[in-house]
Design a binder for this molecule. Structure first.
Ligand code: NIG
Ligand code: FE
Length: 393
């Protein structure tokens, strides 16, 4: 296997506190890395770097681990910009538009969905995402959810079954039958997914329904995650912690008791500032969570209803400006935090042995990600040691 030396790195975030400046981001200046197609082989000061087969000059740029986008719904057809406009004019989000995307997605062919999701994956990749989670949840019938899980599996290993997104129109008069279907036949057909998720909120599924589906997911060999406290606080964070979910996502409305619960648990709080932005919701305080010792992740939530966002840089800028995170904390949450939300320790950092997934920025410091919002600062994206995206200039 070929080894590559990436040298002349102005600022390197290793995300390993035992390296560099001993902060959580493990910052090193004038750094170098040696990688092969799979793993980081060496990391340290450029002047100490051993020889490698090939040499790349970062020309003083900042280098960070590839972004881990741990929450997307990127397989869908259609769009809902009219709902976005209505919300900007004062309407509230209540999840009601999900059925419109369900109708458009059911009507789309496999190849159409492949093409549309492929374009979104390419946009995420160009924005520095090297690992992405993808949920089902826009078919809400047995064959359709199995199809979405299969299509998601063509994109990533991090596939989530979200049959419990909302109750589809055919079942509105018999919710219990739909919950039984999701927890039964639909779950079995979707068992190749790694995760089970539920939208547990007002207008979606209540605590008992969510528990039923999560328990079935666990019995089916899935690990668990939960959409919680986006619209209202109905006690979903406590359920997520009790069920040992890897991650509880949104957390727009959090009580002090929830923050305490999370800090005493191994459940990551995944913040989705793109959704708060696009639904004109209050931004939850990331500061409050980090100060309480909660593990925080940041993700795009890419979906047509609440967050048609494919830029992790935008997410980081919002988290810094609106959620009180420092740039270091936000970049960490978008990389190592996302990895923790997927219970992965091979990604999200650049210590020896980590996967060779990284981003070379078009800037000397990672702080530019928030300091220059709206600029494309992603110069190169390396995944498995290979340059999968390059922007010239
Ligand atoms: O994460 N809240 C539930 N699911 C998505 C939105 C889905 C939609 O509105 O299409 C979310 O925000
Ligand atoms: Fe979501």
């Amino acid at each position: 296997m070929i080894s590559r030396l990436l040298t002349n790195i102005g600022e390197l975030f290793t995300n390993d506190p035992t390296l560099g400046d001993e902060t959580p981001v493990g910052r090193l200046h004038d750094a170098a890395l040696i990688l092969d197609d799979e793993r980081v082989l060496w990391v340290g000061r450029a002047t100490d770097a051993p020889e490698a087969d090939e040499r790349y000059d970062a020309r003083g740029a900042a280098v960070i681990p590839g972004f881990v986008d741990s929450h997307t719904h990127l397989i869908f057809s259609g769009e809902r910009s009219d709902e976005f406009e209505a919300r900007m004019a004062g309407e509230r989000y209540d999840g009601g538009g999900i059925v419109r995307t369900v109708a458009a997605t059911r009507a789309a062919s496999d190849n159409q969905l492949r093409q549309e999701s492929g374009a979104r994956v390419a946009a995420l990749r160009a924005g520095g995402v090297t690992t992405v989670e993808v949920k089902s949840g826009y078919a809400l019938d047995v064959d359709g959810e199995a199809r979405l899980v299969e299509l998601a599996g063509e994109i990533t290993d991090e596939v989530t079954f979200l049959g419990a997104h909302v109750v589809p129109p055919e079942f509105v008069t018999d919710r219990d039958a739909y919950v039984a279907l999701v927890a039964g036949e639909m779950m079995t057909r979707c068992d190749s997914a790694k995760w089970t998720d539920v939208f547990c909120d007002v207008g979606a599924f209540d605590l008992d329904e969510a528990r039923t589906v999560l328990e079935a997911g666990r019995a089916n060999g899935h690990e668990l995650r939960l959409h919680a406290n986006q619209i209202a606080d109905i006690g979903a964070v406590a359920l997520a912690v009790e069920m040992d979910c890897a991650s509880v996502d949104h957390c727009t409305h959090l009580s002090d008791a929830d923050v305490e619960r999370l800090s005493a648990s191994s459940t990551v709080a995944t913040l989705l500032p793109g959704a708060d932005f696009s639904t004109r919701s209050p931004y939850p305080s990331g500061r409050r969570l980090v100060d309480a010792g909660v593990s925080v992740a940041l993700a795009t939530d890419c979906n047509p209803g609440t967050s048609y966002v494919t830029s992790m840089s935008f997410v980081i800028a919002l988290a810094v400006r609106e959620m009180g995170l420092s740039v270091d904390e936000a970049v960490f949450a978008a990389t190592r935090g996302g990895a923790s939300a997927l219970r992965r320790d091979d990604i999200g950092h650049l210590a020896v042995g980590a996967r060779s997934d990284l981003v070379v920025l078009n800037a000397p410091r990672a702080a530019h990600l928030a300091y220059r919002p709206g600029s494309n600062l992603i110069r190169e994206v390396w995944r498995g040691g290979a340059d999968v995206h390059r922007r010239f200039g």
